[in-house]
Design a protein around this ligand. Structure first.
Ligand code: EPU
Length: 337
């Protein structure tokens, strides 16, 4: 397979950062994937999915493999449930809409999340009370060095909050090529308890919501808070919500009784990084074209011509300012290259 050379990655990352890939492969079949892997087996590779969870701070000299495998197939089906096998290069939101159109329930709360199906398990994408792992049954992945295909069960993936084995023990070792989802065909398990969803449904006087109603509510909520990457480059939440221990949390709450929080366990509490950043005074802050979003401080944005280095400098300013004010370290959720 022929590579393209000196390709701008601006249209391949949702931050819209203009850096170059010296060697670029658009992979549309598994056969191409194994051949390209074999041809470069002694080199570092750069695997690119939907480009929605990365900040590019420099040109990429390693060969870039853009995983563009497509297809949705039925693995098995009963009256109540269906298992779908979805190729890694399918756009996540398009797949969610396909499920809604076919009345397959489970993923509706994950509407409008940028990125592709194949990269969703890596960070166990989540929103509005649901995580990918709730509908995930298995995935297949190709080992980069040996080109062997492995199947990973849900347990094997070791999913956690924005986390999986693919970010830890197996980091950089596999390319996920397909993901299997178990979805409901009736008696859907609707999750409306996340505050804003119920409010959106109440506002429309919907008492017995369908999965389509929930999807539409989530889309409306996300559109009201989160910038559309097509209009304003961004990578969703730039930071993870920090988790703090009970003693620290109690002292923190004494000082900031109005702070929102989620209980993680009897000894651990999660504090929204967006709130910390806003109260630290950085919402709407800007360095050239790199900015902290004006409606959701957890999101960093590219107003047009920001470089990856400028966004990273802003991220470090945010991290330092939050630490100075609260003594809490916030870590990026996005991958930095
Ligand atoms: N908040 C502020 N100011 C802000 C942003 C948030 O005060 O600028 C407060 C909100 O008022 C609320 C709390 O922080 O009390 C939490 O905010 P929100 O419900 O918007 O959720 P989040 O914690 O900021 C997380 C995920 C999002 C996901 C939403 C909804 C992480 C890092 N982020 O955000 O995920 O959509 O919950 O479930 O866990 C993503 O990963 O790209 C993403 C957008």
């Amino acid at each position: 397979m022929q590579a393209a050379h000196h390709v701008s990655l601006k249209d391949y990352n949702t931050f819209g950062i203009h850096v170059f890939a010296e060697i670029f492969y658009q992979i549309t079949t598994e056969d191409q994937l194994t051949k390209v892997l074999a041809a470069h087996k002694d080199q570092e590779l750069f695997i690119l999915g939907g480009g929605s969870n990365m900040l590019l701070t420099q040109d990429i000299n390693s060969p870039v493999l853009h995983i563009d495998l497509k297809g949705v197939a039925v693995v098995s089906e009963t009256e109540d449930e269906i298992i779908l096998k979805v190729a890694a290069g399918e756009n996540w939101h398009d797949f969610v809409l396909f499920c809604i159109d076919n009345n397959y329930g489970g993923l509706e709360n994950l509407s409008l999340i940028p990125g592709n199906v194949g990269t969703a398990p890596i960070q166990n994408i989540g929103a509005y009370g649901v995580e990918l792992k709730d509908c995930f049954t298995s995935c297949t992945a190709i080992h980069i060095k040996t080109q062997d295909t492995h199947t990973f069960s849900k347990e094997a993936c070791k999913f956690g909050y924005r986390n999986s084995i693919f970010k830890n023990e197996l980091k950089g070792q596999y390319i996920i090529n397909s993901v299997n989802f178990l979805l409901t065909k009736k008696n859907h398990n609707l999750r409306t308890s996340y505050g804003a969803i119920q409010e959106a449904l109440d506002a429309k006087k919907i008492e017995s919501p369908t999965i389509k109603n929930i999807s539409e509510a989530v889309i409306a909520i996300r559109q009201s808070k989160l910038p559309d990457p097509k209009e304003l480059g961004n990578s969703g939440s730039f930071f993870k919500n920090p988790v703090v221990e009970l003693d620290f949390f109690n002292a923190f709450l004494d000082k900031f009784p109005e702070a929102p929080f989620y209980k993680v366990s009897d000894t651990a509490y999660k504090i929204p990084a967006g709130w910390l950043i806003e109260v630290a005074g950085l919402k709407g802050n800007r360095i050239n074209d790199a900015g902290v979003h004006k409606n959701q401080a957890l999101v960093l944005v590219n107003y047009g011509n920001a470089t990856g280095k400028e966004i990273w400098a802003l991220a470090m300013k945010v991290k330092d300012t939050v630490y100075k004010k609260f003594g809490i370290t916030i870590e990026p959720e996005v991958n930095i290259f």
